[in-house]
Design a protein around this ligand. Structure first.
Ligand SMILES: [Zn+2]
Length: 303
C-alpha cells in the first residue's frame, strides 16, 4: 500500500497525517504554533517531520503533499507578498520547509484549493466551488476534478472581491473586500468599530448573543447577503455542480447552511438554480490534509 504524507499549514497550527485516498488516513495529528514567528514555525515543522520519521519513516513515504495559506504564484511557486495568516512566510517556496536532502516527490497548493479538492473527491463531484469561512474567506475551484488556478495561480480569491466601494479595510490592504464583512474576524472587527465592548469578545461569545443583540444580528445578516451575492455570482459564471461551504466560523454557527442555500438559489438564473447543490463541507478540519494527499496522489496518476 502506498503511503502519502499530507500537511496542512495554518496560521496557528500544523495538521498532518498519512495514508492514501482509497483507504483514508492512518494517522492524523495537530501541532499548535504557540508563538507566531518564523523560528518557532520552522521548529514546529521540524518537530512534525521528526514525528513522522519516528512513527513511519520518511523513506517509506511515496510522496508529500502540502497546503498553506496565501496566494501562491503559479510560475515561481512563491507565496506572494500578502499572507496575513503567516506574515513571516512570504516570498518563500513551500519546498524550503522539507527536510534537508529530501528527495521524496512533493506537491503543494493553497489550503482553500486543497479543501475544495478533498471535498470534490469525498462527495464525488467534479465541478465544485469550495468555500471556507473562518477568520478569513478562502475559496477553491475544481473543474473536471482538478484545481483551477487561473493564468497566474490566483483564481478563487473570493474573499477579496470588492463588495463595498471605499469600504472597510481588509487584511489584504484593499478596502471593501467580502472578507472584511462576511468572515468571522470581519464581523468581530466591524462590531468593535461600532462599540469597543465587542473587541473583548471572541467569535463564540458574539455568536451566543446573535438572537438577542440587534447589531450582531444585523451585521451577520448583512454579511450573509454579501456572501450569498458573491457565491451566486460565482455559480452563475462557473456553473458548478455544488457549492461546498465549511470553515471554523461555519462550524461555530456564523451562518446557517439552509439560509445560505435559499439565498444563493434565489439569486441565480433559472437554468442554474435547477441544478446547483449547496451543502456543508464534510471533511471538517481534516480537509486540508486529505486534499494534500489527493494532490500528491494525482501527480503520480497523471504521470
Ligand atoms: Zn481583501
Amino acid at each position: 500500500m502506498d503511503i502519502f504524507l499530507g500537511i496542512d499549514i495554518g496560521g496557528s497550527s500544523i495538521k498532518y497525517g498519512w495514508g492514501n485516498c482509497e483507504e483514508g488516513l492512518q494517522s492524523y495529528q495537530t501541532l499548535v504554533l504557540q508563538r507566531k514567528n518564523r523560528d518557532d514555525f520552522l521548529a514546529l515543522v521540524q518537530e512534525m517531520f521528526n514525528n513522522v520519521d519516528s512513527k513511519i519513516g520518511l523513506n517509506n513515504l511515496k510522496g508529500i503533499g502540502m497546503g498553506m495559506p496565501g496566494a501562491i504564484d503559479k510560475i515561481t511557486g512563491l507565496v506572494t507578498t500578502n499572507n496575513p495568516n503567516l506574515p513571516f512566510w512570504v516570498n518563500h517556496h513551500p519546498s524550503e520547509l522539507l527536510p534537508e536532502n529530501c528527495n521524496i516527490p512533493f506537491a503543494f497548493d493553497n489550503d482553500a484549493n486543497l479543501m475544495a479538492l478533498a471535498e470534490s473527491y469525498t462527495q464525488k463531484k467534479d465541478y465544485v466551488a469550495g468555500v471556507t469561512i473562518g477568520s478569513g474567506i478562502g475559496c477553491g475551484i475544481i473543474i473536471e476534478g482538478r484545481i483551477y488556478h487561473g493564468a497566474y495561480g490566483f483564481a478563487g480569491e473570493l474573499g477579496h472581491i470588492c463588495v463595498v466601494d471605499k469600504g472597510l479595510r481588509c487584511n489584504c490592504g484593499k478596502n471593501g473586500c467580502l472578507e472584511a464583512y462576511a468572515s468571522g474576524e470581519g464581523l468581530r472587527r466591524r462590531l468593535a468599530l461600532k462599540n469597543p465592548c465587542y473587541a473583548e469578545m471572541d467569535l463564540p461569545a458574539i455568536l451566543a448573543i446573535k438572537e438577542t443583540d440587534t447589531l450582531v444580528g444585523d451585521y451577520i445578516k448583512q454579511g450573509q447577503l454579501m456572501l450569498t451575492a458573491a457565491l451566486s455570482g460565482l455559480a452563475t459564471c462557473l456553473d458548478p455542480e455544488i457549492i461546498i461551504i465549511g470553515g471554523g466560523a461555519m462550524d461555530l454557527g456564523l451562518y446557517c447552511i439552509w439560509e445560505l442555500k435559499e439565498e444563493i438559489i434565489k439569486k441565480l438564473p433559472a437554468a442554474h438554480s435547477t441544478h446547483l447543490k449547496v451543502t456543508k463541507a464534510i471533511n471538517g478540519n481534516k480537509a486540508g490534509v486529505l486534499g494534500a494527499i489527493k494532490l500528491i496522489e494525482d501527480k503520480f496518476n497523471s504521470n
